[in-house]
Design a protein around this ligand. Sequence first.
Ligand code: KG4
Ligand code: ZN
Length: 351
Amino acid sequence: MLVLGIESSCDETAAAVVQDGRRVRSSVVASQHAIHAEYGGVVPELASRAHAERITPIVRRAIDEAGVSLADLDAVAVGHRPGLIGALLVGVSAAKALSWSLGVPLVGVDHVHAHLWAGMLDSDTPPADLFPALGLVVSGGHSSIYRVETPTSLTRLGATIDDAIGEAYDKAAAILGLPHPGGPRIDAIASEPGADDRAVELPVSRLGKDSLDFSFSGLKTALLYAVRGVPDRDGVFPRELGGLDPSRVRDLAASFQRAACRAVVLKLTRAMEQWAGDPPRALIVGGGVSANSRLRRELAELADAHALGLVIPELRFCVDNAAMIAGLGGVLLDARGPDGLALRATPTTAC
Ligand code: KG4
Ligand code: ZN
Protein backbone atom coordinates (compact mmCIF):
# COMPACT_ATOMS: atom_id res chain seq x y z
CA MET A 1 0.00 0.00 0.00
CA LEU A 2 1.43 3.36 -1.09
CA VAL A 3 0.31 6.33 1.00
CA LEU A 4 1.05 9.98 0.31
CA GLY A 5 1.39 11.93 3.57
CA ILE A 6 0.97 15.68 3.94
CA GLU A 7 2.06 17.75 6.96
CA SER A 8 1.49 21.48 7.49
CA SER A 9 0.60 21.88 11.17
CA CYS A 10 3.25 24.44 12.14
CA ASP A 11 6.34 25.72 10.33
CA GLU A 12 7.32 22.77 8.13
CA THR A 13 5.62 22.05 4.80
CA ALA A 14 6.18 18.36 4.18
CA ALA A 15 5.10 15.52 1.90
CA ALA A 16 6.20 11.88 1.81
CA VAL A 17 5.39 8.57 0.21
CA VAL A 18 5.46 5.53 2.50
CA GLN A 19 4.90 1.93 1.55
CA ASP A 20 3.05 -0.45 3.90
CA GLY A 21 3.26 1.96 6.83
CA ARG A 22 7.02 1.66 7.29
CA ARG A 23 9.14 1.84 4.15
CA VAL A 24 9.90 5.46 3.34
CA ARG A 25 10.03 5.93 -0.45
CA SER A 26 10.46 9.71 -0.15
CA SER A 27 10.31 12.39 2.53
CA VAL A 28 10.52 16.06 1.61
CA VAL A 29 10.50 18.79 4.26
CA ALA A 30 10.57 22.53 3.55
CA SER A 31 11.35 24.34 6.78
CA GLN A 32 10.22 27.93 7.35
CA HIS A 33 12.91 28.72 9.96
CA ALA A 34 14.36 31.52 7.83
CA ILE A 35 10.93 33.19 7.53
CA HIS A 36 10.26 33.23 11.29
CA ALA A 37 13.82 33.73 12.59
CA GLU A 38 13.65 37.51 12.90
CA TYR A 39 10.52 37.24 15.09
CA GLY A 40 12.02 34.68 17.50
CA GLY A 41 9.04 32.33 17.03
CA VAL A 42 6.46 31.14 14.51
CA VAL A 43 4.14 33.85 13.12
CA PRO A 44 0.89 31.99 12.24
CA GLU A 45 -0.18 34.13 9.26
CA LEU A 46 3.29 33.94 7.67
CA ALA A 47 3.26 30.17 8.22
CA SER A 48 -0.10 29.74 6.45
CA ARG A 49 1.02 31.80 3.46
CA ALA A 50 4.29 29.90 3.10
CA HIS A 51 2.42 26.57 3.25
CA ALA A 52 0.03 27.74 0.52
CA GLU A 53 2.95 28.70 -1.73
CA ARG A 54 4.93 25.53 -1.14
CA ILE A 55 2.46 22.69 -0.81
CA THR A 56 2.07 21.86 -4.53
CA PRO A 57 5.80 21.78 -5.42
CA ILE A 58 6.58 19.81 -2.25
CA VAL A 59 3.96 17.15 -3.04
CA ARG A 60 5.23 16.96 -6.61
CA ARG A 61 8.79 16.45 -5.36
CA ALA A 62 7.74 13.72 -2.94
CA ILE A 63 6.00 11.85 -5.78
CA ASP A 64 9.01 12.27 -8.11
CA GLU A 65 11.59 11.25 -5.51
CA ALA A 66 9.54 8.14 -4.66
CA GLY A 67 9.71 7.16 -8.32
CA VAL A 68 5.94 6.74 -8.55
CA SER A 69 3.10 8.62 -10.20
CA LEU A 70 -0.06 10.02 -8.63
CA ALA A 71 -2.01 7.14 -10.18
CA ASP A 72 0.03 4.63 -8.08
CA LEU A 73 -1.18 6.06 -4.76
CA ASP A 74 -3.61 4.00 -2.67
CA ALA A 75 -4.48 6.72 -0.13
CA VAL A 76 -3.75 10.24 1.04
CA ALA A 77 -3.04 10.88 4.74
CA VAL A 78 -2.90 14.32 6.31
CA GLY A 79 -1.98 15.69 9.72
CA HIS A 80 -5.32 17.34 10.55
CA ARG A 81 -4.74 18.00 14.28
CA PRO A 82 -3.31 19.58 16.41
CA GLY A 83 -1.65 22.73 15.11
CA LEU A 84 -2.14 26.29 13.91
CA ILE A 85 -5.58 26.31 12.31
CA GLY A 86 -4.65 28.35 9.23
CA ALA A 87 -1.58 26.17 8.66
CA LEU A 88 -3.52 22.91 9.08
CA LEU A 89 -6.20 24.06 6.64
CA VAL A 90 -3.64 24.30 3.82
CA GLY A 91 -2.59 20.66 4.19
CA VAL A 92 -6.11 19.39 4.77
CA SER A 93 -7.44 21.22 1.69
CA ALA A 94 -4.60 19.89 -0.48
CA ALA A 95 -5.17 16.35 0.80
CA LYS A 96 -8.92 16.53 0.16
CA ALA A 97 -8.37 17.82 -3.38
CA LEU A 98 -5.91 15.00 -4.15
CA SER A 99 -8.07 12.29 -2.57
CA TRP A 100 -11.17 13.45 -4.44
CA SER A 101 -9.48 13.90 -7.81
CA LEU A 102 -7.58 10.58 -7.62
CA GLY A 103 -10.55 8.66 -6.19
CA VAL A 104 -8.50 7.27 -3.27
CA PRO A 105 -9.33 7.24 0.46
CA LEU A 106 -8.47 10.17 2.73
CA VAL A 107 -7.27 9.56 6.28
CA GLY A 108 -6.77 12.17 9.00
CA VAL A 109 -3.84 11.63 11.38
CA ASP A 110 -3.18 13.19 14.78
CA HIS A 111 0.26 14.79 14.49
CA VAL A 112 1.26 14.03 18.09
CA HIS A 113 0.36 10.35 17.73
CA ALA A 114 2.26 10.27 14.45
CA HIS A 115 5.43 11.33 16.32
CA LEU A 116 5.11 8.00 18.17
CA TRP A 117 5.08 6.17 14.82
CA ALA A 118 8.22 7.91 13.54
CA GLY A 119 10.53 5.37 15.22
CA MET A 120 8.91 2.56 13.22
CA LEU A 121 9.86 4.12 9.88
CA ASP A 122 12.49 2.20 7.93
CA SER A 123 12.88 -0.16 10.91
CA ASP A 124 11.91 -3.81 11.05
CA THR A 125 11.10 -4.30 14.75
CA PRO A 126 7.96 -6.45 14.78
CA PRO A 127 5.24 -4.34 16.45
CA ALA A 128 3.98 -7.37 18.36
CA ASP A 129 7.16 -7.25 20.49
CA LEU A 130 6.53 -3.70 21.67
CA PHE A 131 3.09 -3.42 23.24
CA PRO A 132 1.93 -2.33 25.69
CA ALA A 133 4.49 0.44 25.58
CA LEU A 134 5.33 3.57 27.48
CA GLY A 135 5.15 6.51 25.04
CA LEU A 136 6.89 9.89 25.21
CA VAL A 137 6.37 12.83 22.85
CA VAL A 138 8.77 15.73 23.38
CA SER A 139 8.39 18.49 20.82
CA GLY A 140 8.01 22.22 20.36
CA GLY A 141 4.29 22.04 21.08
CA HIS A 142 3.89 18.96 23.29
CA SER A 143 5.47 17.10 26.18
CA SER A 144 3.31 14.08 26.94
CA ILE A 145 3.52 10.59 28.38
CA TYR A 146 1.26 7.84 27.04
CA ARG A 147 0.23 4.30 27.68
CA VAL A 148 0.35 2.83 24.17
CA GLU A 149 -1.74 -0.36 23.74
CA THR A 150 -1.34 -0.41 19.97
CA PRO A 151 -0.22 2.27 17.50
CA THR A 152 -3.85 3.32 17.13
CA SER A 153 -4.96 3.02 20.76
CA LEU A 154 -3.31 5.17 23.37
CA THR A 155 -4.13 6.96 26.61
CA ARG A 156 -2.39 10.10 27.76
CA LEU A 157 -1.02 9.77 31.29
CA GLY A 158 0.49 13.23 31.63
CA ALA A 159 1.24 16.44 29.72
CA THR A 160 2.83 19.81 30.28
CA ILE A 161 0.83 22.31 32.28
CA ASP A 162 2.70 25.27 30.73
CA ASP A 163 5.57 25.31 28.20
CA ALA A 164 6.43 22.30 26.07
CA ILE A 165 10.02 21.14 26.48
CA GLY A 166 11.00 22.28 22.96
CA GLU A 167 9.43 25.68 23.63
CA ALA A 168 11.50 25.91 26.83
CA TYR A 169 14.64 25.02 24.85
CA ASP A 170 13.84 27.72 22.30
CA LYS A 171 13.15 30.35 24.97
CA ALA A 172 16.28 29.35 26.90
CA ALA A 173 18.28 29.77 23.71
CA ALA A 174 16.81 33.26 23.23
CA ILE A 175 17.85 34.16 26.80
CA LEU A 176 21.37 32.95 26.00
CA GLY A 177 21.45 34.96 22.76
CA LEU A 178 21.33 31.92 20.45
CA PRO A 179 19.31 31.90 17.20
CA HIS A 180 15.85 30.31 16.72
CA PRO A 181 15.09 27.40 16.82
CA GLY A 182 17.40 27.12 19.80
CA GLY A 183 17.01 23.44 20.72
CA PRO A 184 19.70 22.17 18.34
CA ARG A 185 22.02 25.08 19.25
CA ILE A 186 21.76 24.38 23.00
CA ASP A 187 22.37 20.69 22.29
CA ALA A 188 25.49 21.53 20.26
CA ILE A 189 27.14 23.95 22.67
CA ALA A 190 26.20 21.93 25.77
CA SER A 191 28.09 19.03 24.16
CA GLU A 192 31.29 21.02 23.62
CA PRO A 193 34.31 19.90 25.65
CA GLY A 194 34.57 21.74 28.94
CA ALA A 195 30.84 22.52 29.27
CA ASP A 196 29.97 22.21 32.98
CA ASP A 197 26.41 20.92 33.45
CA ARG A 198 26.59 21.58 37.20
CA ALA A 199 27.69 25.22 36.90
CA VAL A 200 24.20 26.34 37.94
CA GLU A 201 21.65 24.26 39.87
CA LEU A 202 18.38 24.73 37.97
CA PRO A 203 15.02 23.41 39.25
CA VAL A 204 13.37 20.16 38.15
CA SER A 205 9.62 20.45 38.72
CA ARG A 206 7.90 17.51 40.36
CA LEU A 207 4.31 18.85 40.71
CA GLY A 208 3.37 16.66 43.67
CA LYS A 209 4.57 13.15 44.33
CA ASP A 210 2.26 11.27 41.93
CA SER A 211 1.95 13.70 39.03
CA LEU A 212 2.98 12.60 35.55
CA ASP A 213 2.57 16.14 34.22
CA PHE A 214 5.46 18.36 33.24
CA SER A 215 6.17 22.03 33.93
CA PHE A 216 9.06 23.77 32.17
CA SER A 217 8.25 27.44 32.76
CA GLY A 218 10.02 27.56 36.15
CA LEU A 219 13.18 26.15 34.61
CA LYS A 220 13.13 28.84 31.94
CA THR A 221 12.58 31.60 34.53
CA ALA A 222 15.40 30.23 36.70
CA LEU A 223 17.71 30.43 33.70
CA LEU A 224 16.58 34.01 33.05
CA TYR A 225 17.41 34.93 36.67
CA ALA A 226 20.80 33.19 36.38
CA VAL A 227 21.57 35.45 33.41
CA ARG A 228 19.97 38.75 34.47
CA GLY A 229 19.88 38.44 38.27
CA VAL A 230 16.71 38.45 40.40
CA PRO A 231 14.42 41.42 39.61
CA ASP A 232 13.62 43.97 42.30
CA ARG A 233 10.08 44.78 43.51
CA ASP A 234 9.44 46.91 40.44
CA GLY A 235 10.45 44.07 38.13
CA VAL A 236 13.74 45.72 37.19
CA PHE A 237 16.59 43.29 36.53
CA PRO A 238 20.11 44.07 37.74
CA ARG A 239 21.60 43.07 34.37
CA GLU A 240 20.66 43.29 30.70
CA LEU A 241 20.53 40.30 28.39
CA GLY A 242 23.67 39.70 26.38
CA GLY A 243 27.29 40.28 27.24
CA LEU A 244 27.83 36.69 28.45
CA ASP A 245 31.17 35.20 27.62
CA PRO A 246 31.06 32.04 25.49
CA SER A 247 32.19 29.70 28.26
CA ARG A 248 29.39 30.95 30.56
CA VAL A 249 26.83 30.44 27.75
CA ARG A 250 28.13 26.90 27.33
CA ASP A 251 27.86 26.16 31.07
CA LEU A 252 24.36 27.61 31.30
CA ALA A 253 23.23 25.65 28.23
CA ALA A 254 24.63 22.43 29.72
CA SER A 255 23.00 23.13 33.11
CA PHE A 256 19.65 23.82 31.42
CA GLN A 257 19.90 20.64 29.38
CA ARG A 258 20.75 18.55 32.43
CA ALA A 259 17.65 19.83 34.30
CA ALA A 260 15.33 19.41 31.27
CA CYS A 261 16.47 15.81 30.71
CA ARG A 262 16.18 15.00 34.43
CA ALA A 263 12.55 16.13 34.39
CA VAL A 264 11.78 13.74 31.53
CA VAL A 265 13.54 10.75 33.10
CA LEU A 266 11.91 11.46 36.48
CA LYS A 267 8.38 11.40 35.05
CA LEU A 268 9.01 8.31 32.92
CA THR A 269 10.34 6.50 35.99
CA ARG A 270 7.21 7.51 37.91
CA ALA A 271 4.99 6.31 35.06
CA MET A 272 6.64 2.89 35.26
CA GLU A 273 6.21 2.76 39.03
CA GLN A 274 2.49 3.55 38.67
CA TRP A 275 1.91 1.21 35.72
CA ALA A 276 -0.97 -1.25 36.23
CA GLY A 277 -1.62 -4.45 34.29
CA ASP A 278 0.72 -6.01 31.71
CA PRO A 279 4.11 -4.31 32.15
CA PRO A 280 5.45 -2.13 29.32
CA ARG A 281 7.71 -3.92 26.85
CA ALA A 282 9.12 -0.85 25.14
CA LEU A 283 9.71 2.85 25.47
CA ILE A 284 8.52 4.59 22.30
CA VAL A 285 9.74 8.16 21.84
CA GLY A 286 9.17 10.89 19.25
CA GLY A 287 9.10 14.63 18.60
CA GLY A 288 11.75 17.23 17.78
CA VAL A 289 13.45 17.08 21.19
CA SER A 290 14.02 13.32 20.77
CA ALA A 291 16.85 14.47 18.46
CA ASN A 292 18.64 15.79 21.56
CA SER A 293 21.90 13.93 22.12
CA ARG A 294 21.78 13.95 25.91
CA LEU A 295 18.13 12.91 26.05
CA ARG A 296 18.79 10.05 23.61
CA ARG A 297 21.62 8.83 25.83
CA GLU A 298 19.59 9.06 29.03
CA LEU A 299 16.56 7.36 27.48
CA ALA A 300 18.77 4.52 26.23
CA GLU A 301 20.12 4.07 29.79
CA LEU A 302 16.61 4.17 31.25
CA ALA A 303 15.30 1.61 28.78
CA ASP A 304 18.30 -0.60 29.49
CA ALA A 305 17.86 -0.38 33.26
CA HIS A 306 14.21 -1.46 32.96
CA ALA A 307 14.77 -4.06 30.22
CA LEU A 308 12.56 -2.14 27.78
CA GLY A 309 13.00 -2.07 24.03
CA LEU A 310 13.72 1.49 22.86
CA VAL A 311 12.02 2.81 19.74
CA ILE A 312 13.42 6.23 18.87
CA PRO A 313 13.34 7.83 15.41
CA GLU A 314 16.32 8.40 13.16
CA LEU A 315 17.28 12.07 13.47
CA ARG A 316 15.52 13.06 10.23
CA PHE A 317 12.22 11.67 11.54
CA CYS A 318 12.39 13.35 14.99
CA VAL A 319 11.37 16.83 13.84
CA ASP A 320 8.18 17.42 11.88
CA ASN A 321 7.92 15.38 8.68
CA ALA A 322 5.23 13.80 6.55
CA ALA A 323 6.63 10.25 6.54
CA MET A 324 5.30 9.73 10.06
CA ILE A 325 1.88 10.98 8.85
CA ALA A 326 1.86 8.67 5.81
CA GLY A 327 3.08 5.72 7.93
CA LEU A 328 0.50 6.03 10.70
CA GLY A 329 -2.11 6.93 8.05
CA GLY A 330 -1.61 3.52 6.44
CA VAL A 331 -1.99 1.78 9.80
CA LEU A 332 -5.14 3.77 10.64
CA LEU A 333 -6.65 3.00 7.25
CA ASP A 334 -6.24 -0.73 7.93
CA ALA A 335 -7.47 -0.45 11.51
CA ARG A 336 -10.53 1.77 11.15
CA GLY A 337 -11.05 2.70 7.50
CA PRO A 338 -10.96 6.12 5.80
CA ASP A 339 -12.33 9.49 6.80
CA GLY A 340 -14.66 11.31 4.45
CA LEU A 341 -14.20 14.67 2.78
CA ALA A 342 -15.91 16.18 5.84
CA LEU A 343 -12.61 15.71 7.74
CA ARG A 344 -11.95 18.85 9.78
CA ALA A 345 -8.76 20.66 10.70
CA THR A 346 -8.73 20.88 14.51
CA PRO A 347 -6.33 22.91 16.71
CA THR A 348 -6.22 20.38 19.59
CA THR A 349 -4.92 16.81 19.87
CA ALA A 350 -7.39 13.91 20.20
CA CYS A 351 -5.82 12.76 23.50
O1 KG4 B 1 8.46 17.99 16.54
P1 KG4 B 1 8.86 19.36 16.14
O2 KG4 B 1 9.58 19.52 14.83
O3 KG4 B 1 7.65 20.33 16.10
C1 KG4 B 1 6.53 20.22 16.93
O4 KG4 B 1 5.69 19.32 16.72
O5 KG4 B 1 6.48 21.04 17.88
O6 KG4 B 1 9.78 19.92 17.32
C2 KG4 B 1 10.44 21.15 17.20
C3 KG4 B 1 11.19 21.42 18.51
C4 KG4 B 1 11.80 22.80 18.57
O7 KG4 B 1 11.43 23.38 19.81
C5 KG4 B 1 13.29 22.55 18.51
O8 KG4 B 1 14.07 23.50 19.19
C6 KG4 B 1 13.39 21.18 19.16
O9 KG4 B 1 12.27 20.48 18.66
N1 KG4 B 1 14.62 20.46 18.83
C7 KG4 B 1 15.58 20.15 19.74
C8 KG4 B 1 16.62 19.50 19.04
N2 KG4 B 1 16.25 19.44 17.70
C9 KG4 B 1 15.03 20.03 17.62
N3 KG4 B 1 15.64 20.38 21.06
C10 KG4 B 1 16.73 19.96 21.73
N4 KG4 B 1 17.76 19.33 21.12
C11 KG4 B 1 17.76 19.08 19.79
N5 KG4 B 1 18.80 18.46 19.21
ZN1 ZN C 1 5.66 17.86 15.74
